[in-house]
Design a protein around this ligand. Structure first.
Ligand code: ZN
Length: 204
């Protein structure tokens, strides 16, 4: 299922068309509901990287200005973004790198802070280019976060970090996993709700 609401079916090469159709039909209720949800979301236009466009940072949108003279490719000051005009053709990667840097600093600090509170120990913290998930925890307890984490409010970042930290203790979503989350962040449902409502807008 794509963000635009198209359905892509991937099947092993040995499956014939009838078998594939059978599997799709068997899951049609789930597919239709999911497609309905995706298509009900407002359309988010692709970023043009022009002055006056808005970008997310810590749960708020901030205006972009294209400027000719500036040392860094991209800066953020007094609540606005400033992108140097000669890097506009690589703006997407400039922004992605900027978000990656901010996300890494934040999740590192928070992982150190919260790991003591939930007696969790992690191997390393990394930032990825993940577009769909916010975070993940590997089998060896390395925790990863999407560069998009810097776009969401601090209280939601706290939840995402605690969620992955608790996965180092419980690699599932069992009741004891949620007890771990609640033990640190009692208001985690507000964060989940914010992400459900706004998460789809957090893209560049
Ligand atoms: Zn999880």
């Amino acid at each position: 299922m794509t963000v635009k609401g198209d359905l892509i079916v991937r099947a092993p090469f040995f499956m014939n068309y009838n078998e594939i159709q059978h599997v799709v039909l068997r899951h049609r209720r789930w597919i239709i509901n999911k497609l309905k949800y995706i298509r009900s979301l407002p359309y988010i236009p692709e970023k043009q990287f022009v002055s006056g466009e808005y970008f997310w940072y810590l749960g708020n949108t901030h205006k972009l200005n294209i400027v000719d003279k500036q040392k860094e490719k991209l800066t953020f000051k007094n609540g606005e973004f400033y992108l140097r005009s000669d890097v506009r053709n690589q703006a997407k990667s400039v922004f992605t790198n900027w978000y990656k840097e901010k996300t890494l600093k934040m999740v590192q600090e928070k992982a150190n802070f919260y790991s003591a509170q939930c007696s969790a120990s992690f191997k390393s913290v990394k930032v990825t280019s993940a577009e769909k998930r916010w975070g993940s925890c590997s089998g060896n307890n390395s925790i990863n976060f999407s560069y998009r984490v810097a776009m969401i409010p601090i209280f939601a970042i706290d939840y995402i970090v605690v969620h992955e930290l608790c996965h180092t203790l419980e690699h599932n979503h069992s009741q004891s996993f949620w007890n771990c989350v609640i033990g640190v962040i009692a208001y985690y449902k507000n964060a989940k709700e914010w992400l459900k409502r706004n998460g789809y807008k957090m893209h560049i």
